[in-house]
Write a protein that binds this ligand. Structure first.
Ligand SMILES: Nc1ncnc2c1ncn2[C@@H]1O[C@H](COP(=O)(O)OP(=O)(O)O)[C@@H](O)[C@H]1O
Ligand SMILES: [Mg+2]
Length: 361
């Protein structure tokens, strides 16, 4: 997968930007707060259809402007896709229009996964250090880019879950809750089994990458919120029935894939509690490289790799390992404040960013 052309209008601190990326390596250099992360954020919007970090979409529109736009031409297997995303301010609301080859995508699920990419930023350390929602998000994004049906199932599951939780908070209509439980069991099962299947494929790849960085023994385990025995459907149903009283008391659904967890340990100790900052950082980088490799294996094309400040807190040897991995992937976008030594001789496009203006380095 390749970004052939990319342009921004009024995106954060960019008024206008247009560039033709190198098909392999693209490096952005610049001081703090010049727009490196903003540009990488915009590149990743091509996959998510939204910003990975903005709390409200309003934030990405350049201050004092009333619209923002991303346009890109993407190539995959010699076919070109045109992506156009437009945000417009309408009083206090934001209207978003996503077009793929000129056709409006009415549902984000129709757009998601069209442009496959993997991003790393300092934000992603949360996968290790914060609550399980960050780990589920990582896993769900990984599977959704490969399997659109999974994404559809996930969206439906969360819609039914929201309905059930609102019933638990309000009128406890038991007949409706039972009907919703049926739906949750059917959809939840698909999610759990897909997660299990993907983790099985993903872990050996992840371990391989991590072993390039660190000799300690890493372990990743998927901890489903249900015991994964033969009679999964019955177990799931029975557990929901058993928990109903407690759910009514707590006003929340207490069983299902929305409570699944991924555990990471290093030599038997949870990385979240005992890992050094560097080890946590390398764990997340190994996750991201493994995500890219799995996408490559499943789709036969490398996703776009976007790495924002991926070597801060890493020593020189680890920086070199990252350098070797970069050479063995597809199109890459990297941002640094200074050109790292390990990258010196790689051929690609080198850009300098100053106050939202891109120039050749
Ligand atoms: N909506 C916006 N309009 C204008 N400027 C913005 C907007 N959002 C963020 N910025 C500016 O972008 C700059 C940060 O850019 P960033 O890409 O994070 O820098 P870095 O080069 O360090 O990665 C900040 O100065 C911030 O004020
Ligand atoms: Mg930055």
């Amino acid at each position: 997968m390749l970004i052939k052309e990319f342009s921004l209008t009024n995106f954060r601190n960019y008024k206008n930007l247009h560039f033709t990326p190198h098909e392999k390596l693209n490096i952005f250099l610049g001081d703090n707060a010049q727009g490196k992360s903003n540009l990488l954020e915009a590149l990743f919007v091509l996959s998510l259809g939204k910003s990975y970090k903005a709390q409200k979409e309003m934030e990405i529109i350049c201050q004092k402007e009333d619209f923002s736009q991303i346009k890109a031409s993407i190539e995959e297997n010699f076919q070109t896709k045109l992506v156009n995303i437009l945000w417009t301010k309408e009083k206090f609301l934001i209207k978003k229009l996503i077009k793929l080859d000129g056709n409006t995508c009415r549902k984000i699920s129709l757009f998601y996964g069209q442009v496959k990419s993997v991003m790393f930023s300092i934000f992603d350390l949360k996968i290790i250090t914060e609550g399980p929602i960050w780990r589920r998000r990582f896993l769900d994004f990984l599977i959704s880019q490969i399997n659109p049906i999974y994404l559809k199932t996930l969206i439906q599951y969360y819609q039914y879950l929201k309905m059930k939780n609102s019933l638990l908070r309000s009128n406890n209509n038991l007949i409706l809750i039972e009907a919703l439980n049926e739906k949750l069991v059917d959809l939840g099962l698909i999610i759990i089994l897909k997660r299990q299947e993907f983790i099985k494929k993903f872990t050996p790849i992840f371990y391989d990458y991590f072993s390039l960085f660190n000799k300690k023994k890493i372990l990743l385990t998927y901890q489903a919120n249900l015991s994964l025995n033969n009679n999964l459907k019955e177990t799931y149903k029975k557990k929901l029935e058993k928990l109903l009283e407690e759910e009514i008391r707590k006003k929340f659904t207490l069983c299902g894939p929305h409570l699944d967890e991924l555990n990471f340990s290093l030599d038997g100790f949870p990385i979240r509690l005992f890992g050094s900052l560097g080890e946590q950082h390398l764990t997340v980088l190994a996750l991201k490289f493994a995500q890219a490799k799995l996408l490559f294996q499943e789709t036969k094309t490398w996703p776009i790799l976007i790495l924002d400040d991926c070597i801060s807190s890493l020593d020189l040897n680890h920086q070199k390992s990252i350098g070797n991995l970069i050479l063995n992937a597809g199109q890459i976008f990297l941002a640094f404040t200074e050109l790292p030594l390990f990258i010196n001789k790689f051929s690609g496009n080198y850009y300098f960013i100053k106050q939202g203006v891109l120039s050749c380095y």
